[in-house]
Design a protein around this ligand. Structure first.
Ligand code: G6P
Length: 606
Protein backbone atom coordinates (compact mmCIF):
# COMPACT_ATOMS: atom_id res chain seq x y z
CA UNK A 1 0.00 0.00 0.00
CA UNK A 2 1.85 3.05 -1.24
CA UNK A 3 5.57 2.78 -1.77
CA UNK A 4 8.40 4.96 -0.53
CA UNK A 5 11.98 5.09 -1.80
CA UNK A 6 14.80 7.38 -0.68
CA UNK A 7 18.42 7.70 -1.78
CA UNK A 8 21.49 9.59 -0.52
CA UNK A 9 24.81 9.07 -2.26
CA UNK A 10 27.16 9.97 -5.06
CA UNK A 11 24.95 8.73 -7.91
CA UNK A 12 22.01 10.49 -9.50
CA UNK A 13 18.99 9.75 -7.35
CA UNK A 14 16.25 9.92 -10.01
CA UNK A 15 16.94 6.65 -11.90
CA UNK A 16 17.39 4.79 -8.61
CA UNK A 17 14.11 6.19 -7.29
CA UNK A 18 12.23 5.30 -10.48
CA UNK A 19 13.62 1.79 -10.47
CA UNK A 20 12.69 1.39 -6.81
CA UNK A 21 9.19 2.71 -7.41
CA UNK A 22 8.70 0.21 -10.20
CA UNK A 23 9.57 -2.57 -7.76
CA UNK A 24 7.05 -1.18 -5.29
CA UNK A 25 4.30 -0.49 -7.75
CA UNK A 26 2.44 -3.62 -6.70
CA UNK A 27 1.80 -1.88 -3.37
CA UNK A 28 -0.14 1.00 -4.86
CA UNK A 29 -0.34 2.39 -8.31
CA UNK A 30 -2.67 5.29 -8.88
CA UNK A 31 -0.04 8.03 -8.97
CA UNK A 32 3.70 8.46 -8.57
CA UNK A 33 6.24 11.19 -7.95
CA UNK A 34 9.85 12.02 -7.10
CA UNK A 35 11.75 14.97 -5.76
CA UNK A 36 15.53 15.46 -5.94
CA UNK A 37 17.64 18.05 -4.19
CA UNK A 38 20.17 20.02 -6.20
CA UNK A 39 20.37 23.71 -5.32
CA UNK A 40 16.69 23.63 -4.41
CA UNK A 41 14.08 20.91 -4.83
CA UNK A 42 13.03 19.63 -8.24
CA UNK A 43 9.81 17.64 -8.41
CA UNK A 44 7.80 15.64 -10.93
CA UNK A 45 4.58 13.83 -10.03
CA UNK A 46 1.69 12.48 -12.07
CA UNK A 47 -1.53 10.59 -11.80
CA UNK A 48 -0.95 7.12 -13.25
CA UNK A 49 1.72 4.49 -13.20
CA UNK A 50 5.47 4.78 -12.60
CA UNK A 51 5.89 4.41 -16.37
CA UNK A 52 3.80 7.59 -16.81
CA UNK A 53 6.11 9.38 -14.39
CA UNK A 54 9.21 8.11 -16.20
CA UNK A 55 7.75 9.44 -19.46
CA UNK A 56 7.61 13.01 -18.12
CA UNK A 57 11.00 13.03 -16.41
CA UNK A 58 13.35 15.56 -18.02
CA UNK A 59 16.67 14.15 -19.19
CA UNK A 60 18.53 16.54 -16.89
CA UNK A 61 17.17 15.79 -13.47
CA UNK A 62 20.42 15.70 -11.55
CA UNK A 63 20.95 15.38 -7.82
CA UNK A 64 22.33 12.75 -5.48
CA UNK A 65 19.57 13.04 -2.90
CA UNK A 66 15.94 12.23 -3.46
CA UNK A 67 12.69 10.67 -2.34
CA UNK A 68 9.93 9.00 -4.36
CA UNK A 69 6.45 7.61 -3.87
CA UNK A 70 3.85 5.45 -5.56
CA UNK A 71 0.36 6.02 -4.21
CA UNK A 72 -2.79 4.11 -3.33
CA UNK A 73 -5.28 6.89 -2.58
CA UNK A 74 -6.87 7.27 0.84
CA UNK A 75 -7.41 11.04 1.25
CA UNK A 76 -8.31 12.69 -2.03
CA UNK A 77 -8.79 11.05 -5.41
CA UNK A 78 -5.82 10.06 -7.58
CA UNK A 79 -4.61 13.25 -9.34
CA UNK A 80 -1.39 15.10 -10.18
CA UNK A 81 -1.72 17.44 -7.17
CA UNK A 82 -2.67 14.72 -4.71
CA UNK A 83 0.31 12.61 -5.80
CA UNK A 84 3.30 12.66 -3.44
CA UNK A 85 5.80 14.25 -2.71
CA UNK A 86 4.17 17.25 -1.02
CA UNK A 87 6.13 20.47 -0.64
CA UNK A 88 5.94 23.22 1.95
CA UNK A 89 4.77 26.63 0.67
CA UNK A 90 8.37 27.90 0.41
CA UNK A 91 9.35 24.67 -1.40
CA UNK A 92 12.01 24.02 1.17
CA UNK A 93 10.61 20.79 2.64
CA UNK A 94 9.37 17.73 0.72
CA UNK A 95 7.53 14.79 2.26
CA UNK A 96 6.36 11.39 1.06
CA UNK A 97 4.05 9.44 3.34
CA UNK A 98 2.38 6.05 3.75
CA UNK A 99 -0.39 5.63 6.29
CA UNK A 100 -3.17 7.89 7.52
CA UNK A 101 -2.96 11.05 9.62
CA UNK A 102 -6.18 10.81 11.60
CA UNK A 103 -6.21 14.38 12.91
CA UNK A 104 -5.33 15.86 9.50
CA UNK A 105 -8.58 17.87 9.33
CA UNK A 106 -7.92 19.65 12.66
CA UNK A 107 -4.27 20.30 11.80
CA UNK A 108 -5.24 21.59 8.40
CA UNK A 109 -7.83 23.99 9.85
CA UNK A 110 -5.24 25.30 12.30
CA UNK A 111 -2.63 25.81 9.60
CA UNK A 112 -5.14 27.47 7.28
CA UNK A 113 -6.08 29.85 10.09
CA UNK A 114 -2.40 30.78 10.22
CA UNK A 115 -2.51 31.59 6.53
CA UNK A 116 -1.09 28.40 5.01
CA UNK A 117 -2.55 27.66 1.59
CA UNK A 118 -3.02 23.96 0.83
CA UNK A 119 -2.65 22.66 -2.71
CA UNK A 120 -3.87 19.10 -2.30
CA UNK A 121 -6.66 17.24 -0.51
CA UNK A 122 -4.24 14.84 1.13
CA UNK A 123 -3.63 14.28 4.82
CA UNK A 124 0.11 14.22 4.05
CA UNK A 125 0.39 17.87 3.09
CA UNK A 126 -0.09 18.93 6.74
CA UNK A 127 3.25 17.26 7.46
CA UNK A 128 5.24 19.32 4.96
CA UNK A 129 3.74 22.55 6.37
CA UNK A 130 4.25 21.49 9.99
CA UNK A 131 7.89 20.57 9.37
CA UNK A 132 8.49 23.81 7.45
CA UNK A 133 7.20 25.80 10.44
CA UNK A 134 10.07 24.68 12.69
CA UNK A 135 12.80 23.71 10.25
CA UNK A 136 14.33 27.20 10.10
CA UNK A 137 14.95 27.45 13.84
CA UNK A 138 15.67 23.79 14.44
CA UNK A 139 19.24 22.58 14.96
CA UNK A 140 18.61 19.66 12.67
CA UNK A 141 16.03 18.29 10.25
CA UNK A 142 15.28 15.38 12.57
CA UNK A 143 14.42 17.83 15.32
CA UNK A 144 11.90 19.57 13.05
CA UNK A 145 10.46 16.23 11.91
CA UNK A 146 10.17 15.01 15.49
CA UNK A 147 8.38 18.21 16.53
CA UNK A 148 5.88 17.82 13.68
CA UNK A 149 5.26 14.14 14.42
CA UNK A 150 4.45 15.00 18.03
CA UNK A 151 1.37 16.85 16.75
CA UNK A 152 0.21 14.01 14.57
CA UNK A 153 -2.21 11.19 15.46
CA UNK A 154 -2.25 8.24 13.09
CA UNK A 155 0.06 5.97 11.18
CA UNK A 156 2.97 6.91 9.04
CA UNK A 157 6.06 5.85 7.24
CA UNK A 158 7.66 9.04 5.93
CA UNK A 159 10.74 10.32 4.13
CA UNK A 160 11.63 14.01 4.33
CA UNK A 161 14.04 16.32 2.47
CA UNK A 162 15.12 19.84 3.38
CA UNK A 163 16.54 21.87 0.48
CA UNK A 164 18.85 23.67 2.91
CA UNK A 165 20.36 20.43 4.20
CA UNK A 166 21.30 18.73 0.94
CA UNK A 167 23.25 15.83 2.45
CA UNK A 168 20.55 14.00 4.40
CA UNK A 169 17.15 12.36 4.33
CA UNK A 170 15.09 11.79 7.46
CA UNK A 171 12.73 8.82 7.65
CA UNK A 172 10.35 7.80 10.44
CA UNK A 173 7.93 5.00 11.13
CA UNK A 174 4.77 4.47 13.10
CA UNK A 175 2.59 1.65 11.84
CA UNK A 176 3.82 1.80 8.21
CA UNK A 177 7.06 0.00 7.42
CA UNK A 178 10.38 1.69 6.69
CA UNK A 179 13.50 -0.33 5.90
CA UNK A 180 16.97 1.16 5.54
CA UNK A 181 19.40 -0.24 2.96
CA UNK A 182 23.11 0.08 3.63
CA UNK A 183 25.28 0.57 0.54
CA UNK A 184 28.91 1.46 -0.21
CA UNK A 185 29.07 5.17 0.63
CA UNK A 186 25.38 5.42 -0.15
CA UNK A 187 22.19 4.84 1.82
CA UNK A 188 18.73 3.83 0.77
CA UNK A 189 15.38 3.64 2.49
CA UNK A 190 12.12 2.13 1.32
CA UNK A 191 8.79 0.90 2.55
CA UNK A 192 9.67 -2.62 1.36
CA UNK A 193 12.92 -4.51 0.73
CA UNK A 194 11.74 -5.07 -2.85
CA UNK A 195 13.04 -1.60 -3.72
CA UNK A 196 16.43 -2.23 -2.11
CA UNK A 197 17.60 -5.70 -3.13
CA UNK A 198 19.03 -4.54 -6.45
CA UNK A 199 21.44 -2.32 -4.56
CA UNK A 200 22.09 -3.99 -1.22
CA UNK A 201 21.13 -7.00 0.91
CA UNK A 202 22.11 -5.31 4.19
CA UNK A 203 18.98 -3.86 5.73
CA UNK A 204 17.73 -2.41 8.99
CA UNK A 205 14.04 -2.40 9.94
CA UNK A 206 12.81 0.63 11.83
CA UNK A 207 10.52 -0.02 14.80
CA UNK A 208 7.37 1.99 15.45
CA UNK A 209 8.29 5.36 16.93
CA UNK A 210 11.79 5.28 15.46
CA UNK A 211 13.34 7.92 13.24
CA UNK A 212 16.53 7.69 11.18
CA UNK A 213 18.87 10.19 9.58
CA UNK A 214 20.51 8.92 6.40
CA UNK A 215 23.70 10.37 5.00
CA UNK A 216 25.88 8.93 2.24
CA UNK A 217 28.37 7.58 4.76
CA UNK A 218 25.89 5.98 7.15
CA UNK A 219 22.82 6.33 9.30
CA UNK A 220 21.75 7.08 12.84
CA UNK A 221 18.52 5.85 14.42
CA UNK A 222 16.63 7.47 17.28
CA UNK A 223 13.81 6.38 19.58
CA UNK A 224 10.79 8.66 19.94
CA UNK A 225 12.43 10.37 22.96
CA UNK A 226 15.43 11.34 20.75
CA UNK A 227 17.78 8.81 22.36
CA UNK A 228 20.05 7.13 19.82
CA UNK A 229 19.25 3.43 19.26
CA UNK A 230 21.62 0.64 18.23
CA UNK A 231 20.55 -1.47 15.25
CA UNK A 232 21.96 -4.72 13.91
CA UNK A 233 21.78 -4.98 10.10
CA UNK A 234 20.05 -8.06 8.71
CA UNK A 235 21.01 -9.81 5.48
CA UNK A 236 17.99 -10.51 3.26
CA UNK A 237 18.10 -13.65 1.14
CA UNK A 238 15.72 -12.39 -1.55
CA UNK A 239 17.50 -11.03 -4.58
CA UNK A 240 16.51 -8.88 -7.53
CA UNK A 241 15.74 -11.98 -9.65
CA UNK A 242 12.80 -12.75 -7.38
CA UNK A 243 11.21 -9.52 -8.54
CA UNK A 244 11.40 -10.27 -12.28
CA UNK A 245 8.61 -11.92 -14.22
CA UNK A 246 11.16 -14.56 -15.29
CA UNK A 247 9.82 -14.77 -18.84
CA UNK A 248 6.19 -15.19 -17.77
CA UNK A 249 3.59 -12.79 -19.06
CA UNK A 250 2.49 -11.90 -15.52
CA UNK A 251 3.85 -12.23 -12.00
CA UNK A 252 0.66 -14.08 -11.11
CA UNK A 253 1.33 -16.89 -13.58
CA UNK A 254 4.96 -17.00 -12.49
CA UNK A 255 3.93 -17.31 -8.85
CA UNK A 256 1.32 -19.99 -9.58
CA UNK A 257 3.93 -21.93 -11.56
CA UNK A 258 6.55 -21.67 -8.81
CA UNK A 259 4.41 -23.61 -6.36
CA UNK A 260 6.04 -27.05 -6.66
CA UNK A 261 9.23 -25.33 -5.59
CA UNK A 262 7.77 -22.97 -2.99
CA UNK A 263 5.86 -25.79 -1.30
CA UNK A 264 9.06 -27.84 -1.23
CA UNK A 265 10.78 -24.86 0.42
CA UNK A 266 8.10 -24.57 3.09
CA UNK A 267 8.57 -28.28 3.85
CA UNK A 268 12.37 -28.37 3.63
CA UNK A 269 14.06 -29.74 6.75
CA UNK A 270 10.80 -29.87 8.65
CA UNK A 271 9.65 -33.50 8.29
CA UNK A 272 11.11 -36.08 10.65
CA UNK A 273 11.22 -39.69 9.43
CA UNK A 274 12.01 -41.17 12.80
CA UNK A 275 9.15 -39.83 14.87
CA UNK A 276 6.90 -38.71 12.00
CA UNK A 277 6.64 -35.23 13.39
CA UNK A 278 7.25 -31.73 12.08
CA UNK A 279 10.30 -29.78 13.24
CA UNK A 280 9.24 -26.20 13.77
CA UNK A 281 12.09 -24.65 15.67
CA UNK A 282 10.66 -21.15 15.47
CA UNK A 283 7.63 -21.93 17.64
CA UNK A 284 9.69 -21.34 20.81
CA UNK A 285 7.53 -23.76 22.83
CA UNK A 286 8.44 -27.00 24.59
CA UNK A 287 6.25 -30.11 24.41
CA UNK A 288 4.57 -29.40 27.75
CA UNK A 289 3.55 -25.94 26.64
CA UNK A 290 2.46 -27.24 23.23
CA UNK A 291 0.16 -29.71 24.98
CA UNK A 292 -1.38 -27.11 27.22
CA UNK A 293 -3.51 -25.30 24.61
CA UNK A 294 -7.20 -26.16 24.54
CA UNK A 295 -8.21 -24.00 21.61
CA UNK A 296 -6.64 -22.42 18.52
CA UNK A 297 -7.75 -19.10 17.12
CA UNK A 298 -6.45 -18.08 13.70
CA UNK A 299 -6.55 -14.54 12.32
CA UNK A 300 -5.62 -13.01 8.97
CA UNK A 301 -7.07 -10.88 6.17
CA UNK A 302 -8.22 -11.73 2.66
CA UNK A 303 -6.62 -14.85 1.25
CA UNK A 304 -4.62 -15.23 4.46
CA UNK A 305 -7.92 -15.62 6.34
CA UNK A 306 -9.14 -18.28 3.90
CA UNK A 307 -5.91 -20.23 4.24
CA UNK A 308 -6.49 -19.93 8.00
CA UNK A 309 -9.84 -21.67 7.53
CA UNK A 310 -8.03 -24.54 5.85
CA UNK A 311 -5.59 -24.43 8.79
CA UNK A 312 -8.36 -24.59 11.40
CA UNK A 313 -9.79 -27.67 9.73
CA UNK A 314 -6.35 -29.34 9.64
CA UNK A 315 -5.77 -28.63 13.33
CA UNK A 316 -9.17 -29.96 14.35
CA UNK A 317 -8.72 -33.11 12.29
CA UNK A 318 -5.10 -33.93 13.10
CA UNK A 319 -4.69 -32.52 16.59
CA UNK A 320 -8.33 -32.68 17.74
CA UNK A 321 -8.13 -29.19 19.22
CA UNK A 322 -11.11 -26.90 18.57
CA UNK A 323 -9.89 -24.32 16.07
CA UNK A 324 -11.42 -21.55 14.03
CA UNK A 325 -10.34 -18.66 11.81
CA UNK A 326 -11.64 -15.12 11.79
CA UNK A 327 -10.78 -11.98 9.77
CA UNK A 328 -8.18 -10.07 11.79
CA UNK A 329 -9.91 -6.84 10.80
CA UNK A 330 -13.09 -7.92 12.65
CA UNK A 331 -11.37 -9.64 15.53
CA UNK A 332 -9.50 -6.59 16.76
CA UNK A 333 -12.58 -4.43 16.99
CA UNK A 334 -14.89 -6.71 18.90
CA UNK A 335 -13.08 -6.66 22.23
CA UNK A 336 -11.98 -10.27 21.93
CA UNK A 337 -11.90 -12.47 25.02
CA UNK A 338 -8.26 -13.52 25.27
CA UNK A 339 -7.59 -16.75 27.14
CA UNK A 340 -4.35 -18.22 28.41
CA UNK A 341 -5.12 -21.72 27.12
CA UNK A 342 -5.79 -20.51 23.57
CA UNK A 343 -3.04 -20.51 20.98
CA UNK A 344 -3.42 -17.56 18.62
CA UNK A 345 -2.02 -17.79 15.11
CA UNK A 346 -1.65 -14.72 12.90
CA UNK A 347 -1.16 -15.19 9.15
CA UNK A 348 0.38 -12.67 6.80
CA UNK A 349 2.34 -12.97 3.58
CA UNK A 350 3.76 -9.46 3.86
CA UNK A 351 3.95 -9.37 7.63
CA UNK A 352 2.80 -5.76 7.41
CA UNK A 353 -1.01 -5.84 7.01
CA UNK A 354 -2.15 -3.23 9.49
CA UNK A 355 -5.35 -4.97 10.61
CA UNK A 356 -3.45 -8.17 11.35
CA UNK A 357 -0.61 -6.33 13.08
CA UNK A 358 -3.05 -4.36 15.23
CA UNK A 359 -4.88 -7.58 16.16
CA UNK A 360 -1.56 -9.18 17.20
CA UNK A 361 -0.72 -6.11 19.28
CA UNK A 362 -4.14 -6.27 20.95
CA UNK A 363 -3.59 -9.95 21.73
CA UNK A 364 -0.14 -9.31 23.14
CA UNK A 365 -1.44 -6.47 25.26
CA UNK A 366 -3.95 -8.87 26.78
CA UNK A 367 -1.28 -11.50 27.43
CA UNK A 368 -2.18 -13.84 24.55
CA UNK A 369 0.34 -16.28 23.11
CA UNK A 370 0.67 -15.52 19.38
CA UNK A 371 2.43 -17.46 16.64
CA UNK A 372 2.97 -15.94 13.21
CA UNK A 373 2.76 -17.74 9.88
CA UNK A 374 4.56 -15.16 7.80
CA UNK A 375 6.44 -15.03 4.50
CA UNK A 376 8.54 -11.90 4.99
CA UNK A 377 11.44 -12.48 7.36
CA UNK A 378 11.91 -9.68 9.89
CA UNK A 379 8.57 -8.04 9.05
CA UNK A 380 6.53 -6.22 11.71
CA UNK A 381 4.13 -9.11 12.41
CA UNK A 382 6.99 -11.62 12.57
CA UNK A 383 8.79 -9.40 15.05
CA UNK A 384 5.68 -8.88 17.17
CA UNK A 385 4.82 -12.60 17.55
CA UNK A 386 6.18 -14.94 20.23
CA UNK A 387 7.32 -17.41 17.59
CA UNK A 388 6.16 -18.84 14.32
CA UNK A 389 6.72 -20.50 11.00
CA UNK A 390 8.29 -18.73 8.03
CA UNK A 391 6.95 -19.80 4.63
CA UNK A 392 10.19 -19.36 2.65
CA UNK A 393 8.06 -18.94 -0.47
CA UNK A 394 10.08 -15.98 -1.79
CA UNK A 395 8.54 -12.57 -2.38
CA UNK A 396 5.03 -12.47 -3.78
CA UNK A 397 4.59 -9.53 -6.13
CA UNK A 398 1.21 -10.00 -7.82
CA UNK A 399 -1.54 -8.42 -5.72
CA UNK A 400 -3.59 -11.61 -5.63
CA UNK A 401 -2.00 -14.15 -3.30
CA UNK A 402 -1.30 -17.63 -4.68
CA UNK A 403 1.97 -19.23 -3.63
CA UNK A 404 1.79 -17.66 -0.17
CA UNK A 405 -1.77 -18.98 0.23
CA UNK A 406 -0.63 -22.50 -0.64
CA UNK A 407 2.48 -22.37 1.51
CA UNK A 408 0.43 -21.09 4.44
CA UNK A 409 -1.90 -24.09 4.14
CA UNK A 410 1.19 -26.34 4.04
CA UNK A 411 2.62 -24.59 7.12
CA UNK A 412 -0.68 -25.26 8.89
CA UNK A 413 -0.44 -28.93 7.97
CA UNK A 414 3.01 -28.93 9.63
CA UNK A 415 1.66 -27.13 12.69
CA UNK A 416 -1.33 -29.49 12.90
CA UNK A 417 1.01 -32.48 12.65
CA UNK A 418 3.20 -31.00 15.36
CA UNK A 419 0.26 -30.29 17.68
CA UNK A 420 -1.23 -33.70 16.88
CA UNK A 421 1.93 -35.69 17.56
CA UNK A 422 2.41 -34.20 21.03
CA UNK A 423 -1.19 -35.30 21.65
CA UNK A 424 -2.99 -38.35 20.32
CA UNK A 425 -2.01 -38.59 16.67
CA UNK A 426 -0.30 -41.98 16.31
CA UNK A 427 3.10 -42.42 14.66
CA UNK A 428 1.38 -44.30 11.82
CA UNK A 429 -0.99 -41.40 11.23
CA UNK A 430 1.92 -38.98 11.51
CA UNK A 431 3.74 -40.96 8.87
CA UNK A 432 0.70 -40.92 6.59
CA UNK A 433 0.61 -37.11 6.77
CA UNK A 434 4.40 -36.75 6.31
CA UNK A 435 4.23 -38.97 3.22
CA UNK A 436 1.28 -36.99 1.89
CA UNK A 437 3.09 -33.70 2.38
CA UNK A 438 6.12 -35.04 0.52
CA UNK A 439 3.94 -35.92 -2.47
CA UNK A 440 2.55 -32.39 -2.80
CA UNK A 441 5.24 -30.78 -5.02
CA UNK A 442 4.99 -33.52 -7.67
CA UNK A 443 1.20 -33.45 -7.58
CA UNK A 444 1.19 -29.67 -8.02
CA UNK A 445 3.30 -30.19 -11.13
CA UNK A 446 0.63 -32.59 -12.42
CA UNK A 447 -2.03 -29.91 -11.88
CA UNK A 448 0.04 -27.27 -13.67
CA UNK A 449 0.15 -29.55 -16.71
CA UNK A 450 -3.64 -29.11 -16.93
CA UNK A 451 -3.21 -25.40 -17.68
CA UNK A 452 -4.34 -25.51 -21.37
CA UNK A 453 -7.50 -27.35 -20.36
CA UNK A 454 -8.21 -24.94 -17.49
CA UNK A 455 -7.56 -22.01 -19.80
CA UNK A 456 -10.23 -23.25 -22.17
CA UNK A 457 -12.71 -23.66 -19.32
CA UNK A 458 -11.89 -20.17 -18.03
CA UNK A 459 -12.61 -18.74 -21.48
CA UNK A 460 -15.86 -20.69 -21.61
CA UNK A 461 -17.11 -19.41 -18.24
CA UNK A 462 -15.54 -15.93 -18.16
CA UNK A 463 -18.52 -14.38 -19.95
CA UNK A 464 -20.91 -15.19 -17.08
CA UNK A 465 -21.98 -12.08 -15.13
CA UNK A 466 -21.77 -13.96 -11.86
CA UNK A 467 -20.51 -17.28 -10.54
CA UNK A 468 -21.29 -19.43 -7.53
CA UNK A 469 -18.55 -21.40 -5.75
CA UNK A 470 -19.59 -24.19 -3.40
CA UNK A 471 -17.78 -26.66 -1.18
CA UNK A 472 -18.49 -28.65 1.97
CA UNK A 473 -16.37 -28.63 5.14
CA UNK A 474 -12.81 -29.05 3.76
CA UNK A 475 -13.98 -27.81 0.38
CA UNK A 476 -15.61 -24.65 1.69
CA UNK A 477 -12.47 -22.54 2.25
CA UNK A 478 -11.28 -23.73 -1.16
CA UNK A 479 -14.52 -22.40 -2.66
CA UNK A 480 -14.13 -19.10 -0.79
CA UNK A 481 -10.58 -18.57 -1.99
CA UNK A 482 -11.59 -19.58 -5.53
CA UNK A 483 -14.35 -16.95 -5.53
CA UNK A 484 -12.00 -14.36 -4.04
CA UNK A 485 -9.36 -14.97 -6.74
CA UNK A 486 -11.94 -14.69 -9.49
CA UNK A 487 -13.50 -11.46 -8.26
CA UNK A 488 -10.29 -9.66 -7.37
CA UNK A 489 -8.53 -10.17 -10.68
CA UNK A 490 -11.33 -10.65 -13.24
CA UNK A 491 -13.99 -8.42 -11.57
CA UNK A 492 -16.57 -11.13 -12.25
CA UNK A 493 -18.99 -11.25 -9.36
CA UNK A 494 -18.52 -14.47 -7.43
CA UNK A 495 -20.17 -15.83 -4.30
CA UNK A 496 -18.96 -18.69 -2.17
CA UNK A 497 -21.32 -20.79 -0.09
CA UNK A 498 -21.10 -23.99 1.88
CA UNK A 499 -22.72 -26.51 -0.47
CA UNK A 500 -25.03 -27.50 2.36
CA UNK A 501 -26.37 -23.93 2.65
CA UNK A 502 -27.28 -23.57 -1.00
CA UNK A 503 -30.82 -24.79 -0.54
CA UNK A 504 -31.35 -22.36 2.35
CA UNK A 505 -31.35 -19.30 0.10
CA UNK A 506 -28.81 -18.86 -2.72
CA UNK A 507 -30.33 -21.67 -4.79
CA UNK A 508 -32.81 -18.97 -5.85
CA UNK A 509 -29.99 -17.37 -7.86
CA UNK A 510 -29.12 -20.48 -9.81
CA UNK A 511 -30.02 -20.58 -13.48
CA UNK A 512 -28.21 -20.79 -16.82
CA UNK A 513 -26.69 -17.33 -16.34
CA UNK A 514 -25.06 -18.21 -13.02
CA UNK A 515 -22.69 -21.16 -13.35
CA UNK A 516 -21.35 -22.99 -10.29
CA UNK A 517 -17.83 -24.14 -9.53
CA UNK A 518 -18.25 -27.09 -7.17
CA UNK A 519 -15.42 -28.47 -5.06
CA UNK A 520 -16.08 -32.20 -4.85
CA UNK A 521 -13.26 -34.17 -3.25
CA UNK A 522 -13.44 -37.93 -2.85
CA UNK A 523 -14.12 -37.86 0.85
CA UNK A 524 -16.88 -39.03 3.18
CA UNK A 525 -19.08 -36.18 1.89
CA UNK A 526 -18.91 -37.14 -1.78
CA UNK A 527 -22.50 -38.39 -2.04
CA UNK A 528 -23.87 -35.31 -0.35
CA UNK A 529 -21.93 -33.10 -2.74
CA UNK A 530 -23.23 -35.04 -5.73
CA UNK A 531 -26.78 -34.52 -4.48
CA UNK A 532 -26.11 -30.76 -4.43
CA UNK A 533 -24.89 -30.92 -8.03
CA UNK A 534 -28.14 -32.65 -8.96
CA UNK A 535 -30.10 -29.83 -7.33
CA UNK A 536 -28.16 -27.22 -9.28
CA UNK A 537 -28.58 -29.03 -12.57
CA UNK A 538 -32.32 -29.47 -11.94
CA UNK A 539 -32.57 -25.65 -11.84
CA UNK A 540 -30.80 -25.28 -15.19
CA UNK A 541 -27.48 -24.33 -13.58
CA UNK A 542 -24.21 -25.08 -15.34
CA UNK A 543 -21.63 -26.90 -13.21
CA UNK A 544 -17.84 -27.01 -13.36
CA UNK A 545 -16.76 -29.72 -10.94
CA UNK A 546 -13.28 -29.69 -9.38
CA UNK A 547 -12.49 -32.98 -7.72
CA UNK A 548 -10.84 -36.37 -7.97
CA UNK A 549 -12.87 -38.18 -10.59
CA UNK A 550 -14.40 -37.51 -13.95
CA UNK A 551 -17.88 -36.12 -13.43
CA UNK A 552 -21.05 -37.86 -14.46
CA UNK A 553 -22.30 -35.71 -17.39
CA UNK A 554 -25.73 -35.72 -15.75
CA UNK A 555 -24.27 -33.85 -12.77
CA UNK A 556 -21.62 -31.57 -14.29
CA UNK A 557 -20.98 -29.90 -17.64
CA UNK A 558 -17.22 -29.85 -17.13
CA UNK A 559 -14.69 -31.12 -14.68
CA UNK A 560 -11.12 -30.62 -13.59
CA UNK A 561 -9.60 -33.74 -12.08
CA UNK A 562 -6.74 -33.22 -9.65
CA UNK A 563 -4.50 -35.87 -8.09
CA UNK A 564 -5.67 -37.29 -4.76
CA UNK A 565 -3.58 -36.95 -1.63
CA UNK A 566 -4.52 -37.68 1.98
CA UNK A 567 -8.06 -36.43 2.61
CA UNK A 568 -6.93 -33.78 5.11
CA UNK A 569 -4.37 -32.38 2.64
CA UNK A 570 -6.60 -32.39 -0.44
CA UNK A 571 -7.77 -28.77 -0.02
CA UNK A 572 -4.21 -27.62 -0.74
CA UNK A 573 -4.26 -29.25 -4.17
CA UNK A 574 -7.89 -28.42 -4.98
CA UNK A 575 -7.11 -24.69 -4.66
CA UNK A 576 -4.53 -24.65 -7.44
CA UNK A 577 -6.76 -25.18 -10.50
CA UNK A 578 -8.93 -22.33 -9.22
CA UNK A 579 -5.92 -20.00 -9.30
CA UNK A 580 -5.32 -20.89 -12.94
CA UNK A 581 -9.03 -20.56 -13.66
CA UNK A 582 -9.16 -17.03 -12.23
CA UNK A 583 -5.92 -16.08 -13.98
CA UNK A 584 -7.14 -17.15 -17.41
CA UNK A 585 -10.59 -15.62 -16.87
CA UNK A 586 -8.88 -12.31 -16.05
CA UNK A 587 -6.62 -12.56 -19.11
CA UNK A 588 -9.62 -13.38 -21.31
CA UNK A 589 -11.37 -10.27 -19.99
CA UNK A 590 -8.21 -8.21 -20.58
CA UNK A 591 -7.83 -7.20 -16.94
CA UNK A 592 -4.70 -5.80 -15.37
CA UNK A 593 -3.93 -9.16 -13.78
CA UNK A 594 -1.07 -8.19 -11.45
CA UNK A 595 -2.51 -4.83 -10.41
CA UNK A 596 -6.28 -5.15 -10.19
CA UNK A 597 -8.20 -1.92 -9.83
CA UNK A 598 -8.77 -0.45 -6.36
CA UNK A 599 -6.57 -3.01 -4.61
CA UNK A 600 -3.06 -3.03 -3.15
CA UNK A 601 -0.74 -5.80 -2.13
CA UNK A 602 -0.08 -4.83 1.47
CA UNK A 603 -2.80 -2.89 3.16
CA UNK A 604 -0.81 -0.98 5.75
CA UNK A 605 -3.69 1.30 6.71
CA UNK A 606 -6.93 0.47 8.51
C1 G6P B 1 -4.56 -7.52 0.67
C2 G6P B 1 -4.29 -8.30 -0.60
C3 G6P B 1 -4.73 -9.76 -0.43
C4 G6P B 1 -4.09 -10.36 0.81
C5 G6P B 1 -4.38 -9.53 2.07
C6 G6P B 1 -3.58 -10.00 3.28
O1 G6P B 1 -5.92 -7.32 0.84
O2 G6P B 1 -4.95 -7.72 -1.70
O3 G6P B 1 -4.33 -10.51 -1.57
O4 G6P B 1 -4.57 -11.67 0.98
O5 G6P B 1 -4.03 -8.18 1.83
O6 G6P B 1 -2.22 -9.77 3.06
P1 G6P B 1 -1.06 -10.38 3.94
O7 G6P B 1 0.20 -9.77 3.42
O8 G6P B 1 -1.33 -9.97 5.36
O9 G6P B 1 -1.10 -11.85 3.77
Amino acid sequence: MCGIVAYVGPKDAAPILLEGLQRLEYRGYDSAGVVVSNKGLKMRKVKGRVADLAAVMPARFKGGLGIGHTRWATHGAPSDVNAHPHLSADERVAVVHNGIIENADQLRAKLEAEGVVFLSETDTEVLSHLIARTVKEADSLEEAVRAALKLVVGTYGIAVLDAERPGEVVVARNGSPIVLGIGEKEMFAASDVAALVRYTRQVVHLEDGELAVLKADGFTTFASDARETAKEPLTVDWDAGHYDTGGYEHYLLKEISEQPDTVARTLRGRLDDRFHIAHLGGLNMDARETRSFRRVKIIGCGSAYYSGQIGAQLIEELARIPADAEPASEFRYRGPVVEADTLYVAISQSGETYDTLAAVQELKRKGGRVLGIVNTVGSAIARECDGGVYLHAGPEVSVASTKAFTSTAVAFALLALHLGRVRDLSPAEGRRICDGLRRLPEQIKEILVLEPEIRELAHKYAGAPSMMFVGRVRGYPVAREGAQKLKEISYVHAEAYPASELKHGPLALIGPEMPTVAIVPDDELLDKNLTTLGEIRARGGRVLMVGHRVADPKLADDCIVVPKNETELDPILLSIPLQLFAYHAAVALERDVDKPRNLAKSVTVE
